[in-house]
Design a protein around this ligand. Structure first.
Ligand code: PEP
Ligand code: CO
Length: 444
């Protein structure tokens, strides 16, 4: 029997302990009485599309901030993010010859799991920042304390974001060449020449299909996703579906659980097993084959296509050894999953100057191996999951701008994990398009 409270019987990690439990209960009741954020029909539609991506009929692009902030729900910021995703989707569409389904880490990605419960600065110890839904980023006692009212604010910002996406985001894309060429008029960007053939194809495609340069729902195939981390919040948005026979989480179309909360004997897995949305589980390098098979059995006992995505974040150095046995085991057991590559979270490093960063080379290497392994085994690489922003930040090393350790400090704005900037995101889409063609159409 599906139950939104079954998880209460299991240990739960990464939950903020609120000082004022009456205030928490009041907020949770309020959220419980607020309308759903997404319609069931769209949730079910996304399950079908993810099933199609598992069969290689569409390509899934998941992307957005590591940690969205409440400030991010301004129209200008949402529009910029949608445009970046839309541009990447167009590149991937041309590169793979598949329709692209866009799933934003957006409209609810306000809570973060943390490795350490506290942070020390200048000898002062305060709770770690856990996302805008929990506490503030500013390093003061007041800001870092857990405030249940923020859960209500998270709902409001998610609603505002979705409202904007559905009603006001339609706008022509910025000109391709200007958005991909370097901002300075100096020497021609080597990446521009490298991907010129793809850009020419895109330009021709847009000439023949001018409507495709418009971000225009409902044709836009855009869905929301976030990590289902804060169990009380997720429970408050978990309700009966239209036919009253199943539960859905109406806070987002797609929900995933992270590497730190995917223990099969714990609350997050239990919670996800009771909802009917398409779901994802992050799989890191420590995962054992048997453990992954058990998760698949628990989360998708009916073996329903599109229900479960495995979001692989193994790291560039480990993927070649770890992914093939996992794929082979899943194949052997006859399980249907959609394989997605998250090339970000297995490749996080500390720069000499202390910045948490990632290298474009490692990100591309992991993507390359992901596609290579799938094409060699005859299985389907269903999509990619990327942390990105549309701002010109300097958080990830490398790429056409050749961001190095000295440049990192120029515009490092990540609150949690380093994100690709707009140009690095586009470069990554071009790179994936190229990789896909190399393996899918080897004679071209
Ligand atoms: C994330 O997606 O931001 C995240 C924390 O990922 P993971 O759980 O894979 O570490
Ligand atoms: Co992250």
């Amino acid at each position: 029997m599906a139950s939104s409270t079954a998880w209460h019987n299991f240990p739960a990690r990464q939950q903020p302990q609120y000082a004022d439990s009456a205030a928490l209960e009041k907020v949770i009741t309020e959220i419980h009485n607020l309308p759903p954020l997404v319609p069931q029909a769209e949730i079910d539609e996304l399950t079908s599309l993810i099933a199609a991506s598992g069969r290689g009929e569409v390509f899934l692009l998941q992307g957005g901030d590591c940690a969205e902030t409440f400030v991010d729900s301004s129209p200008a910021r949402i529009r910029a993010k949608l445009q970046t995703l839309q541009q990447m989707a167009l590149v991937l569409n041309i590169g793979t010859s598949l329709p692209v389904v866009k799933v934003g880490r957006i409209a609810g990605q306000y809570a973060k799991p943390r490795s350490l419960p506290t942070e020390i600065q200048d000898g002062i110890e305060l709770p770690s920042y856990r996302g805008d839904a929990v506490n503030g980023f500013a390093f003061t006692r007041a800001s870092r304390s857990f405030d249940p009212e923020r859960l209500l604010e998270a709902y409001r910002h998610a609603a505002k974001t979705l409202h904007f996406i559905h009603n006001f985001a339609a706008e022509p894309l910025p000109d391709w060449h200007y958005s991909f060429l370097p901002t300075s008029n100096s020497a021609i960007d080597p990446l521009y020449s490298r991907y010129q053939y793809l850009m020419a194809e895109i330009a021709e495609y847009l000439r023949q299909n001018p409507e495709k340069s418009q971000f225009s729902p409902p044709e836009s195939n855009f869905y929301s996703a976030h990590e289902a981390l804060l169990l009380r919040y997720e429970e408050a948005l978990t309700r009966c579906g239209v036919k009253k026979d199943r539960l859905y989480n109406f806070g987002a179309h797609f929900l995933w659980i992270g590497e730190r909360t995917r223990d099969i004997n714990e609350a997050h897995v239990e919670m996800l097993s009771h909802i009917s949305n398409p779901i994802g589980v992050k799989i890191g390098p420590k995962a054992q084959v048997e453990e992954v098979l058990a998760l698949i059995e628990k989360l998708n006992p009916q073996n329903q296509p599109g229900r479960l995505s495995l979001i692989m974040r193994l790291g560039a150095k480990k993927i070649s050894a770890l992914l093939p046995p996992l794929i082979e085991a899943v194949q052997r057991e006859g399980k249907v999953v959609t394989w997605i590559s998250d090339p970000m979270h297995g490749n996080t490093i500390s720069a000499c100057n202390g910045y948490k960063t990632r290298r474009m080379q490692d990100i591309w290497e992991e993507l390359y191996r992901f596609f290579q392994i799938h094409f060699q085994l005859g299985t389907v690489p269903g999509g990619i999951h990327i942390e990105l922003t549309s701002d010109d930040v300097t958080e990830v090393l490398g790429g056409a701008e050749k961001i190095d350790e000295d440049i990192l400090a120029t515009r490092y704005e990540a609150l949690v994990d380093p994100r690709l900037n707009r140009r690095q995101s586009l470069e990554t889409a071009f790179r994936v398009a190229e990789i896909f063609r190399e393996f899918a159409q080897p004679n071209n």
